[in-house]
Design a protein around this ligand. Structure first.
Ligand SMILES: [Zn+2]
Ligand SMILES: [Zn+2]
Length: 214
């Protein structure tokens, strides 16, 4: 295995030990670090500055914490670019339009493809792949957006991955059916007898459908 594959492997394994979709966990972590690096290291990088300006800055989701970053000067320099564009559009009374994707969203996209590709290629029998399989199938598995993207982007996906997720989503469907059925009038006794996790399965569904990154 190449060195970068080792990194993917360890990062995935670590993410699998936490609750939620492992890929959502990785993306959220990396996005945070990316913004931090961006603000500290790339504020003088012309290419980045241009992309950032054309994007009108980060999207509202990724700029939600900018005011709490340590480096006020970097936020000011990047923000001034955007403000200048906005002033132009105010003057001309023409609505400002985004011409590039938010740089963090673009980075998120790149990370998703990298890790989904890594998973799609993890159908072998090497020691690392076997370990990944074990750790991954103990995790909550991919959220619906990430599993959908995996299925639509790669033709060949290891069977252990499709079997695991097919089971996961079929089980979720069955527990949601049960939750709705037992929520009907007259079935309170049966509802009360449900396990706690089955009483809260609607929360699990909401998270599985949305994923945990924007
Ligand atoms: Zn996800
Ligand atoms: Zn974004």
């Amino acid at each position: 295995m190449a060195v970068d594959k080792h990194i993917n492997f360890f990062e995935l394994e670590k993410a699998c030990e936490k609750p939620g979709c492992p890929l959502c966990g990785i993306v959220a972590d990396r996005a945070e670090r990316y913004i931090d690096n961006m603000l500290f290291e790339h504020v003088s990088d012309r290419k980045f500055r241009r992309a950032h300006r054309l994007a009108g800055g980060f999207c509202s989701y990724h700029s939600r914490n900018l005011e709490s970053f340590r480096d006020g000067l970097a936020v000011a320099i990047l923000g001034r670019d955007i403000l200048e564009e906005r002033l132009e559009s105010f003057k001309s009374r023409k609505p400002w339009q985004r011409k590039e994707h938010c740089p963090v969203c673009a980075e998120r996209d790149r990370i998703e493809i990298e890790y989904l590709g890594f998973l799609a290629g993890a159908g072998g029998e090497s020691a690392e792949e076997q370990e990944l399989r074990q750790v991954f199938t103990r995790s909550e598995g991919l959220c619906a957006p990430h599993y959908g993207r995996l299925l639509c982007s790669w033709k060949r996906i290891p069977r252990w991955i499709t079997e695991f997720h097919d089971r996961k989503f079929a089980d979720l469907k069955q527990r949601i059916d049960q939750f709705i059925e037992l929520s009907a009038y007259g079935r309170q006794e049966e509802f009360r007898a449900l396990e706690e996790r089955d009483k809260l399965v609607w929360k699990e569904l909401a998270l599985a459908l949305r994923g945990n990154v924007d």
